[in-house]
Design a protein around this ligand. Structure first.
Ligand SMILES: Nc1ncnc2c1ncn2[C@@H]1O[C@H](COP(=O)(O)OP(=O)(O)OP(=O)(O)O)[C@@H](O)[C@H]1O
Ligand SMILES: [Mg+2]
Length: 246
């Protein structure tokens, strides 16, 4: 099998305790996983189980205490800030629950922005193609305030896809959307996985989670179970069990 695009080995992370003398609080307690090119993996689990923290550590947005992360063949542990940023720019796209679009820019301008900032530029045709990919042909001149939540999230995804990343991370990308709009957005992420691009998504939506090739159930900073091509009921059962056992 090919080398994973993302690999974590025995990842640990703590956060400072609240009081000054308080012990540090363990958040990730030994996570090992691999995500292969073209694969879509979803991460589910109770609130506070460490899903967002895991995503940030895997994508190089947050440092970790011990263990190792390899992303596109490079170990993150020894990279300085500049090199880490460059690696992220080259390989990683991140979709947030809150879209993070710039309100004064049109959809097209929002989509083109990261490429401009990276001094790569994005051609008109490339932006048209990306707009079409996310089903927003004809909406390119709208500003975020003139778009629905689902459409705004599509623009945010288009902005990520326009950079042609190898890995897309998404933290609750459907958290602000109703269920059916959310499932559409997840289908879009599903469609963007493949041909070497991997997608890792944290979600509370069981239907959405079940679109992935694999579902990892997190509990208390550990991978509690792993399901391959599960039905939504199986995801629910695994989460309920993870929660009940906590
Ligand atoms: N910057 C931080 N400083 C201290 N503690 C933090 C910090 N970020 C997260 N935590 C703690 O780490 C734990 C895991 O948080 P995380 O955000 O990863 O959970 P989550 O699984 O994404 O939860 P949710 O489903 O609610 O988004 C929580 O107990 C949280 O309070
Ligand atoms: Mg979270």
């Amino acid at each position: 099998m090919t080398e994973p695009l993302i690999r974590a080995d025995d990842l640990h992370k703590t956060f400072p305790g609240t009081g000054r003398k308080e012990a540090r609080v363990p958040i990730l307690r030994g996570i090992s996983l691999g995500v292969h090119p073209g694969e879509m993996v979803s991460i589910v689990g109770p609130s506070g189980s460490g899903k967002s923290t895991l995503l940030y550590c895997l994508s190089g947005l947050e440092p970790y205490d011990s263990g190792a992360v390899r992303l596109a063949g490079r170990g993150l542990g020894k990279l300085g800030r500049g090199r880490l940023a460059a690696l992220r720019r080259e390989h990683v796209g991140f979709v947030f629950q809150s879209y993070n679009l710039i309100p004064s820019l049109t959809a097209r301008e929002n989509i083109a922005l990261p490429a401009r900032l990276a001094r790569r530029g994005a051609s008109r045709a490339a932006i048209d193609q990306t707009l079409a990919e996310v089903g927003l042909t004809g909406r390119g001149r709208h500003r975020p305030g003139q778009l629905s939540g689902g459409q705004q999230q599509r623009v945010a995804i288009a902005r990520v896809l326009a950079m042609r990343p190898d890995i897309v991370f998404a933290d609750e990308p459907t958290g602000s959307l109703d269920t059916s709009t959310g499932t559409d957005v997840l289908r879009l992420l599903r469609a963007s996985a493949g041909e070497g691009r991997s997608v890792v998504v944290v979600t509370h939506d069981l239907e959405a989670a079940a679109l992935a090739d694999r579902v990892l159930v997190l509990r208390d900073g550990l991978i509690h179970s792993e399901l391959r091509h599960p039905r939504p009921e199986q995801v629910l059962e695994a989460i309920t069990y993870a929660g009940a056992a906590a």
